[in-house]
Design a protein around this ligand. Structure first.
Ligand code: PLP
Length: 373
């Protein structure tokens, strides 16, 4: 039996729910023109500058990519005023997360993961046989007191997702600084800033501002998947001390970021107009969505990201299924331990309107007394 060959820590992993392509779902349900608000993607499409740069590179696809990611790393370093030697590119920031874990964690060591947060942290730690130490959120925010209490002499990494997926909450700068003063020196902090471009800088911090203070004990992960609209290309980056970067480079595949991904990300990084448009959409649409949801008697949780949670009067999976049949794809939060919540990202005004109408209909259908035919 093949299962005899699989190490127990691998056999114990619960598979990430695969999900079907939208086209396949539509075919099965006999619908067309469905909309997806389930993966926190950018509804405006990719950055136009990125698309143009990508097209220019298509003729070079017979060549391997630049394995050093030179131009993209150089521009990231310039833009964020960090040393180029401390920038590592990844196949999405998911790969940065995975590289840090593969580099620093082994069986017997612990990783602190707030819960609920991004499911990939847990999965990646399990893959290397490390122990996940789960710290529950407090009032939907990462509980830094709880995190400190969970530290032991086996703790190697602490994950902080800011803003946190799926809650959309951020940590105030003052709270983070007080935490920094108390967290033991030899624990590596991983600050995942996948949604930082959407957050109000007055309300929170960026890990980039603490690289000097924390020395090699902090890694900041960022992505082109959300605000820059390039989720399908798979490109993200980590910023860290060059000594840490050196180890990650040993672990990563030599050509982990494709040529089109490098070219598109480089262009997207300077597409200020697109970034501002993406932020403005969220800024303008959120109040409208919250207002309408309130009128429907629903609670939407405050957010500093491009997505938010909405409490449902029934199990979220029921809502998910019913919305799906109407061609509106949302995320049920059951797998995150929030069975009464759905999560949506802000869509275009048209998508948001359709979402609201569909949710209203679905809730009314659930309330309507069942016909007894
Ligand atoms: C979407 C997301 C990412 C980005 O992943 P990529 O691999 O860069 O697409 C990272 N962290 C969190 C919490 C996310 O929600």
């Amino acid at each position: 039996m093949i299962s005899k060959l699989v190490p127990p820590h691998i056999a114990a992993i619960e598979p990430y729910p695969p999900g079907k392509p939208m086209e396949e779902l539509e075919r099965e349900l006999g619908i067309v023109g469905s909309i997806k608000l389930a993966s926190n993607e950018n509804p405006l499409g990719p950055s136009p500058k990125a698309l143009e740069a990508l097209r220019e590179k298509l003729g070079t696809l017979h060549r391997y990519p630049d394995g050093s990611g030179y131009y993209l790393r150089r521009r990231i370093a310039e833009k964020f005023k960090v040393p180029m030697d401390g920038v590592v590119l990844g196949n999405g920031s998911n790969e940065i997360i995975e590289l840090v874990i593969r580099t620093f964690v082994r069986p017997g060591l612990e990783v602190i993961v707030p819960n609920p947060s991004f499911l990939v942290y847990r999965l990646s730690v399990q893959c290397v046989g490390g122990a996940v130490v789960s710290v529950p959120l407090r009032d939907m925010r990462i509980d830094l007191e709880g995190v400190l209490k969970a530290v032991t002499d086996r703790t190697r990494l602490i994950f902080i997702n800011n803003p946190n997926n799926p809650t959309g909450t951020v940590l105030p700068k003052s709270e983070f600084e007080a935490f920094l003063d108390r967290v033991p020196a030899d624990v590596l902090l991983v600050i995942d800033e996948a949604y930082i471009e959407f957050a109000d800088p007055e309300k929170t911090f960026s890990g980039l501002d603490y690289l000097d203070r924390r020395g090699p004990w902090i890694v900041v992960a960022r992505t082109f998947s959300k605000a820059y609209g390039l989720a399908g290309l798979r490109v993200g980056y980590g910023v860290m001390d060059p000594a840490v970067a050196d180890y990650l480079h040993r672990v990563r595949q030599p050509f982990n970021v494709s040529t089109p991904a490098q070219a598109a990300a480089l262009a997207a990084l300077d597409d200020d107009a697109f970034l501002e448009k993406s932020r403005a959409l969220v800024r303008e649409e959120l109040p409208r969505l919250y207002e309408r949801l309130r009128e429907m008697g629903l609670e939407a949780l405050p957010t500093q990201a491009n997505f938010f949670l909405i409490r449902m009067p029934v199990d979220a999976k029921v809502i998910y299924q019913a919305m799906l049949r109407e061609g509106v794809i949302v995320r049920a939060m059951n797998a995150y331990g929030l069975p009464d919540c759905i999560r949506i990202n802000v869509g275009t005004p048209e998508e948001n309107g359709r979402f609201l109408r569909t949710l209203n209909k679905v809730l009314q259908d659930l309330n309507a007394p069942k016909g007894n035919d």
